[in-house]
Design a protein around this ligand. Structure first.
Ligand code: GDP
Ligand code: IMO
Ligand code: MG
Length: 424
């Protein structure tokens, strides 16, 4: 078998949690391959709502094995809290969850360093979720990190103290003192004991053996392609590869083991944190979309910036990840509008018109060129079949699909698992 990947194609929060939970019955393994507690994936079913940060979104399906891959950065304190919030028998969860021994640990001072780094940047701050993501990946790449497998070794405390010392020196340079180390450490070491009771494994063997024995696997992305460390709006990005390649390195899946690449996008755009956003509507319209779409961060509660769908950016994300099918989310939110716009091209400062992403949207700001569509003005949330969708909305879908050259096979019309329409 080949592994399928599900990725966000915008700036995150496209609805990945909802869709992974919807698709999970088709997959025997669901695996997270990058990111960490900066992610907030919302699932709604049977009248209940859950937000997952570290745990893969297949966890509510008893038949799926869930894997936290080596490409992830794991905050054991967040993990423990999240396990308890699932409100399920922990023994059952233990059976269905594997954590890679090669997953990097977020230690408390990674979070403190994140805060110190952001504070030092002033108005140029990234708008990080302050979960310690950047510092943890810096230590990984700098070959200073601690991995989950290390907690089983006798010299773990020694390794921890070495890394801690490095962090304390850095914090001194930042002149940052706003933290209570003994309290943070107590929580951390308690949570370390907690994760020792889970299955810690060489998950690269597990996923490859699962595929070899004919099992199906879904790799669940976190964040979105425009936050990718290489291809996103650098430096306003996260610190991992959020595009399809991240699934190879983050799980140990060779490129020839990848099958479908499902790309998910909202019928409009949102962004949380700083950085360029060409189609942003920083006005009443953006406020209307935010209110109707309940666009507030699932991890930090921050209001999300809202704007029109950006096709040059989507086309770029599709190219980088080789997306084979598209899922359109949250079109129900736009039902309140008389007209809906889509950015088809950018105009550069010298007047050139292009449908490509410039090198840097900060030094080369663009003016979006829009095509306007009649709004569908119909409540979509109760629709369950393509035949029931209004013609105006179908025209919108077909235009986007034609322009991007990739089929839109799933349309989501509400947050609940059941509010999902398969198109082809
Ligand atoms: P993720 O990070 O990609 O998993 O997305 P988030 O969970 O951060 O944000 C998506 C939000 O939109 C969540 O509150 C979902 O419950 C909600 N949602 C998902 N799909 C739809 C949809 O089709 N319509 C509406 N109205 N809400 C949706
Ligand atoms: P999910 O998986 C939306 C953004 C932050 C910030 C930048 C860097 O729920 O889609 P970081 O904490 O990674 O150093 O922050 O990336 N960001 C997200 N935005 N959804 C996410 O995850 C995000 N994870 C990080 O707001 O701008
Ligand atoms: Mg989210």
């Amino acid at each position: 078998m080949q592994a399928d990947i599900l990725l966000g194609l915008q700036w995150g929060d496209e609805g990945k949690g909802k869709v992974v939970d919807f698709l999970a019955p088709q997959y025997q393994v669901v695996a997270r391959f990058q990111g960490g507690p900066n992610a907030g994936h919302t699932l709604e079913f049977d009248g209940a709502k859950y937000v997952l940060h570290q745990i893969p979104s297949g966890i509510f399906h008893q038949e799926s094995m869930n894997v936290i891959g080596n490409g992830v950065v794991l905050d054991v304190i967040v993990f423990r809290k999240e396990i308890h919030a699932l409100n399920r028998n922990i023994e059952d969860i233990r059976k269905n969850l594997l954590i890679s021994k090669k997953t990097q640990l977020i230690i408390p001072t990674h979070r403190v360093l994140d805060a110190a780094s952001e504070a030092s940047k002033g108005k140029d701050k990234i708008g990080s979720t302050l979960k310690g993501i950047g510092p943890a990946y810096m230590d990984k790449i700098g070959r200073n990190g601690l991995r989950v497998g290390d907690i089983l070794q006798a010299d773990f405390k020694e390794k921890y103290n070495k890394l801690l010392q490095k962090h304390l020196n850095l914090l001194k340079q930042y002149n940052y003192t706003d933290y209570d180390l003994p309290a943070l450490e107590k929580d951390f070491f308690d949570a370390i004991e907690f994760i020792k009771t889970f299955q810690l494994a060489d998950t690269e063997y597990f996923v490859n053996e699962a595929l070899a024995s004919g099992k199906t696997l879904l790799a669940e992305g976190a964040q979105g392609s425009l936050l990718d460390i290489d291809f996103g709006s650098y430096p306003f990005v996260t610190s991992s590869n959020t595009s399809a390649a991240g699934a190879s390195t983050g799980l140990g899946l060779a490129p020839n083991k990848i099958g479908k690449v499902m790309g998910i996008f909202k019928a409009y755009c949102t962004r949380v944190g700083s950085g360029p956003f060409p189609t942003e509507q920083d006005n009443d319209l953006g406020e209307q979309i935010r209110k109707e779409g309940r666009e507030f961060g699932a991890t930090t509660g921050r209001p999300r910036r809202c704007g029109w769908l950006d096709l040059p950016a989507l086309r770029y994300a599709i190219m980088i990840s080789g997306v084979t099918e598209l899922f359109m989310m949250k079109a129900d939110v736009l039902s309140i509008l008389d007209e809906v716009k889509v950015c088809t091209h950018y105009q550069l400062s010298d007047g050139t018109i292009t449908d490509k992403m410039p090198y840097c949207l900060i030094s080369e700001p663009v003016t979006p060129i829009y095509q306007t569509f009649k709004g569908w003005k119909t409540d979509l949330t109760s629709k369950r079949n393509v035949q029931d969708l209004p013609q105006t909305f179908l025209e919108y879908i077909e235009f986007v699909e034609r322009t991007l050259g990739v089929p839109i096979t799933l349309v989501s019309v509400g947050p609940d698992r059941t509010q999902t329409i398969l198109r082809k």
